[in-house]
Design a protein around this ligand. Structure first.
Ligand code: KIV
Ligand code: NA
Length: 269
């Protein structure tokens, strides 16, 4: 059996088509997504999507490692990126290196992602010079949701120059890619045209060099809140509701388990 070689940051950079990426948090979902995706991102959005938190701030490195291990086990072909969670890298380049090295060593992921622009450039350089491929994350940074004043579109007025400067700092620091979140099209376009690294958009227009969505959002499985930039390619919430309702009805009416699911059934008459 020929096992497909896994994408690396380097092979992603050589793709001549848009980078296809989704978030994945579990092995079975990673297994389903892997054949179709170039990059699987174990996002700290799992705090909201999987754990029901109302922001990503309480996500821990241990949670990221546990889910990162699951996604690496469940995938063969996609490059796996793991988010560094809030508080695990902002203090110093040394703190970031320790967290990133532990995440890489314990999961087998190909790279890490961290939020921040100019203020994180020194840290990104510290990691990339020590062999850790880094994806930056600019525009809307969910770990800075309180500073942003909520989840909103960025890129108007002076924000445009700020985000462009952040992109440039992240690229100069050696990141091989950057996620641009919730940012107006002209800004995302200008960044993509100006910089040699891969831009991966989420709510940042088709101008980006790749796209990422939260898997549960695009599958219609996480429906608490749907930003305008999400397109639902499926309606799994409705399918789960139907299946669970059918199961409940079958148990209550004693139709399940039926003879096929029953071992050692003694037939009457
Ligand atoms: O945590 C996450 O899911 C992310 C992506 C949306 C880029 O950072
Ligand atoms: Na994230």
């Amino acid at each position: 059996q020929v096992v497909a070689k896994r994408h690396t940051p380097r092979s992603l950079a050589l793709l001549d088509a848009p980078v296809v990426s989704l978030t994945a948090y579990t092995a079975p979902m990673a297994k389903l997504m892997d054949p179709h995706c170039d990059l699987l991102l174990v996002g700290d959005s799992l705090g909201m999507v999987v754990y029901g938190m109302d922001s990503t701030l309480a996500v821990t490195t241990e949670m990221m490692i546990a889910h990162g291990q699951a996604v690496v086990r469940g995938s063969q072909k996609a490059c796996v990126a793991i988010d560094l969670p809030f508080g695990s890298y902002q203090k110093s380049p040394q703190q970031a290196f320790e967290t990133a090295a532990e995440v890489m060593a314990r999961t087998g992921a190909g790279c890490v992602k961290l939020e921040g622009g100019i203020e994180m450039a020194e840290t990104i350089q510290f990691l990339t010079q020590r062999g850790i491929p880094v994806i930056g994350h600019i525009g809307l940074k969910p770990q800075a949701v309180h500073a942003h004043g909520g989840f909103r579109m960025l890129g108007r007025g002076t924000e445009a120059e700020q985000i462009m400067a952040d992109a440039k700092a992240v690229a100069d620091a050696g990141a091989f890619a950057v996620v641009i979140e919730s940012t107006l099209e002209p800004v995302a376009r200008a960044i993509t045209e100006a910089l040699p690294i891969i831009t991966i958009g989420i709510g940042a227009s088709p101008a980006c060099g790749g796209q990422v969505l939260v898997g549960e959002d695009m599958l219609g499985l996480f429906t608490d809140f749907t930003p305008r930039f999400v397109k639902r390619f499926g309606n799994l919430a409705a399918e789960v509701d139907r299946a669970v309702a059918d199961y409940a009805a079958a148990v209550r009416s004693r139709q399940f388990p039926g003879p096929e699911q029953c071992v050692g059934l003694v037939k009457k008459d």
